[in-house]
Design a protein around this ligand. Structure first.
Ligand SMILES: *[C@@H]1O[C@H](CO)[C@@H](O)[C@H](O)[C@H]1NC(C)=O
Ligand SMILES: *[C@@H]1O[C@H](CO)[C@@H](O)[C@H](O)[C@H]1NC(C)=O
Ligand SMILES: *[C@@H]1O[C@H](CO)[C@@H](O)[C@H](O)[C@H]1NC(C)=O
Ligand SMILES: *[C@@H]1O[C@H](CO)[C@@H](O)[C@H](O)[C@H]1NC(C)=O
Length: 476
């Protein structure tokens, strides 16, 4: 597909690209011939587009470079406002709410009432027409004509039940050049959902980011493009289709989470990928993430840790206690699990199936996009689980305490019978861009001898690695 990048490629591959683009244009002309009733403003426009100036090193990405557009409705807003308020604040994030009709709820965010979409066709049986309105938020955002709009480097789209972890979003986006065309997000956890929609689509609830240069082009062609996709179900499939026409594919970032599962998210949150946690969605569809709390309370509790060391949230480290033959897996800011015996790391990074498939039909077995393992129904066959209780920090260290969650009356190894609390000490993570591009699991040491309280130290030093290798007899 022709796009602006061709115009500024180094001359070596320019010839090849010119040939490719000529072929593309021929294809498009033929395509146009067959569908002469459709317009292709996309391509004529692009061929005329002057090259964007190549980017010079600029100021580091910060929150005022990002505009968040949140799809809501006057009926869902009251229920979802608590989620929005957790991650977003008018003083720090540029957040716009897009509603279907005026609301009486007070919101601290500027609110836009979307324009009517009655003249757009929608034919998906039993689907929701609101998909068109939500897809058009891309356009409605770009024509806001804000005085600050020229500063915006990334446009981020989500639902009112998408919880963003904004520092980690910044970290993630800072890997990419906003002058280029980027479509960044993640597909569904469910193989079946991806098979039905597309493996290459950013699912809208998990949120997705468009570089400013791409968002501007998409906004211009969106309305005519939407006319070609009345048969699709959702807004995300429409955006994906129009981006596909522009020749742009998804850049997959595993920190975005659509959360197409139900039940207990424990297995998913306790084995997060090495990428920083960027978003969580569908939190109304799962149990509260901490026991004994309601959903908003539980998320607020997680944010106590998020606020102090966002880059570390949910990051999994594993410690081995050789003398007592224990394996301890930490998902920082959330949970610690103590296993009897030595557990292999590759087993611990697969997800315990504490959750159920999103689709309620029980006829077919569900497949996930990641490795899972059994979550035994017998509590005595499970690890002992500790949940975050408190977070204390000074300028560069953090201490998180986790207390035991009662889990049956099981006979455990004597060394852990008394164990009530685990304290994890860590240094605040201050990733530079190299570390974000090449993420690396932190190491972990168990401080010797414990009774009721076990102390762990998360380290990036060689000491931790040596301890780990020593456990397996890999060092002399
Ligand atoms: C937000 O900004 C306003 C005006 O500058 C200020 O009065 C208020 O305290 C700020 N709120 C927070 C939570 O920082
Ligand atoms: C922004 O400017 C464009 C072009 O001048 C105009 O079509 C659009 O209606 C404006 N948007 C708003 C919200 O005023
Ligand atoms: C959740 O708990 C908090 C604190 O107890 C309370 O203020 C809030 O209303 C509760 N939310 C719901 C939906 O019950
Ligand atoms: C653990 O507690 C018991 C009883 O309070 C005490 O006798 C023992 O010395 C303690 N062990 C350690 C390592 O602190």
């Amino acid at each position: 597909m022709p796009n602006s990048r061709i115009l500024r490629s180094p001359s070596g591959i320019k010839d090849v690209l010119l040939v490719l683009s000529t072929i593309s244009i021929l294809y498009l002309l033929l395509h146009h011939h067959h569908h002469h009733h459709l317009q292709h403003p996309i391509f004529t426009h692009l061929l005329r587009k002057p090259p964007t100036p190549s980017s010079t090193p600029t100021s580091p990405l910060s929150l005022h470079h990002i505009l968040f557009s949140i799809a809501s409705s006057s009926s869902s807003l009251p229920r979802r406002l608590p989620y929005l308020l957790l991650w977003s604040h008018p003083n720090t994030t540029l957040t716009y709410l897009f509603l279907d009709s005026p609301t009486t709820n007070h919101t601290p965010f500027p609110t836009i009432i979307s324009s009517p979409t009655t003249h757009f066709p929608y034919t998906f049986r039993h689907g929701l027409r609101s998909a068109i309105r939500v897809a058009r938020i891309v356009k409605e955002t770009l024509i806001l004509n804000l005085t600050t709009q020229s500063q915006i480097k990334w446009y981020v789209f989500g639902d009112d039940d998408t919880v963003f972890f904004t520092d980690n979003l910044l970290r993630t986006l800072s890997k990419y050049d906003h002058n280029e065309w980027y479509y960044i997000g993640s597909n569904s956890e469910s193989y079946e959902q991806n098979e039905f929609y597309s493996f290459d689509m950013a699912f809208g609830g998990g949120g997705f980011a468009l570089s400013a240069s791409l968002a501007r082009v998409l906004a211009r062609v969106l309305d005519s493009c939407l006319m070609r996709y009345p048969h699709l179900y959702g807004s995300d499939a429409r955006v994906f289709s129009c981006l596909t026409e522009l020749g742009v594919g998804l850049t997959h970032e595993p920190g975005f989470h659509q959360v197409d599962v139900r039940g207990d998210l424990f297995g998913m949150l306790s084995a997060h990928p090495l990428s920083p946690l960027v978003s969580l969605h569908h939190l109304d569809g799962v149990e509260p993430i901490f026991p004994g709390m309601n959903r908003t309370q539980a998320l607020g509790h997680l944010f106590k840790a998020v606020t102090v060391d966002p880059a570390r949230i949910l990051q999994q480290t594993v410690c081995y206690d050789r003398s007592n033959s224990l394996t301890v897996s930490v998902a920082w800011g959330y949970t610690v699990q103590v296993f009897e015996g030595n557990q292999l790391l590759p087993d611990l990074i697969s997800l315990q199936r504490t959750f159920r498939p999103w689709r309620r039909s029980k006829s077919v077995s569900s497949h996930y996009m990641f490795n899972t393992r059994d979550h035994p129904s017998d509590p005595c066959k499970r690890p002992i689980v500790f949940f975050l209780e408190s977070v204390v920090s000074d300028t560069n260290r953090v201490w998180t305490d986790y207390t035991k969650h009662s889990s049956g009356n099981c006979l455990r190894t004597t060394s852990i019978q008394r164990l009530e609390r685990i304290r994890v000490s860590s240094q605040k993570l201050n990733y530079d861009i190299r570390q974000v591009k090449a993420p690396h699991r932190q190491c972990c040491d168990i401080l010797p001898s414990f009774n009721k309280t076990m102390s762990l130290e998360s380290t990036i030093s060689e000491g931790g690695l040596n301890e780990l290798l020593g456990t397996w007899g890999l060092l002399g």
